[in-house]
Design a protein around this ligand. Sequence first.
Ligand code: TRP
Length: 334
Amino acid sequence: MTTVLTGITTTGTPHLGNYVGAIKPAIQKSQSENYDSYFFLADLHALIKCWEPDRIAQSTKEIAATWLALGLDTDKAMFYRQSDIPEIPELTWLLTCMCSKGLMNRSHAYKALVQENLDTGTNDPDKGITMGLFSYPVLMTADILMFNADEVPVGKDQTQHLEMARDIAARYNHHFGEHFVMPQTIVAKDQAVLPGLDGRKMSKSYNNTIPLWLPEKKLRKHIMKIKTNILEPGQPKDPNDSFVFDIYKAFATKEQTKVFAQKFAEGIAWGAAKQELFELINNELAEPRERYNELMEQPELIEQELLKGAQKAREFSVPFLKKLKNAVGIRPIA
Ligand code: TRP
């Protein structure tokens, strides 16, 4: 059995990019007989960059309802809220003590913030940087090592964090015995990286997202806003140079994609192309959207699922942490 694990930070509203790049492939994998899956809501990570409590609470609810509405089988997969597993922050400390500060200093994300500070001419390179932000790769490492994940699907921007996780795991193993397996990074294929309205990667930091659960009319409106070039109806269009096509491809079968490419060659109007894109996406999302809306009206069902997931996950994390603490010398006296 291979263990696959991934988390989503609970700071925003789920969008089409999260769906295509992370949630949909994860749910597919979780249906395989060969995988044990661990999917979680990274709410402790949310605190690193978001100090709006209501936003974190709302995002946690929305992201949880999303996984459930899309059909995640919570009897087969472990589905939990990070903060419901107190062993994770406890493990974070054990790992923090096995992590050289220099490793964190070399984090791309941290270095970019320091550079931003230097560029504005401040005399404090660490201005606005909390310890949470600085050391969050260790928390992420604990998420992964807590359940000895073999595979960790993440976005490209997270690959350095996985290197750090392996580094920390190796150091722990070296000092205290072979407790951790080395987690492998699984980076989504390029076609799974969805462009946003402006063509850059769809991301809440670029403010170019299409929210996943927009009502039908609004979804159509958003899709009509995707940036295109000025080619007129009747003029042939290049499918390899169109965000409308890129997004279509992410939802379509190979056959549908071929037909759509043909229409581009024949000069389909942008409005008509976008209408087809809307229909394709809407067909896929209409049913789960209803389930999503129902769940959002019954938050106690979501809460129940999360508590059930945490209970199951802790059947593993509680004894494992005990073993890890024992290994470092934190043991009962008698
Ligand atoms: N840091 C990840 C992100 O921003 C989210 C995350 C937290 C995660 N813990 C994780 C992903 C553990 C994979 C495994 O995308």
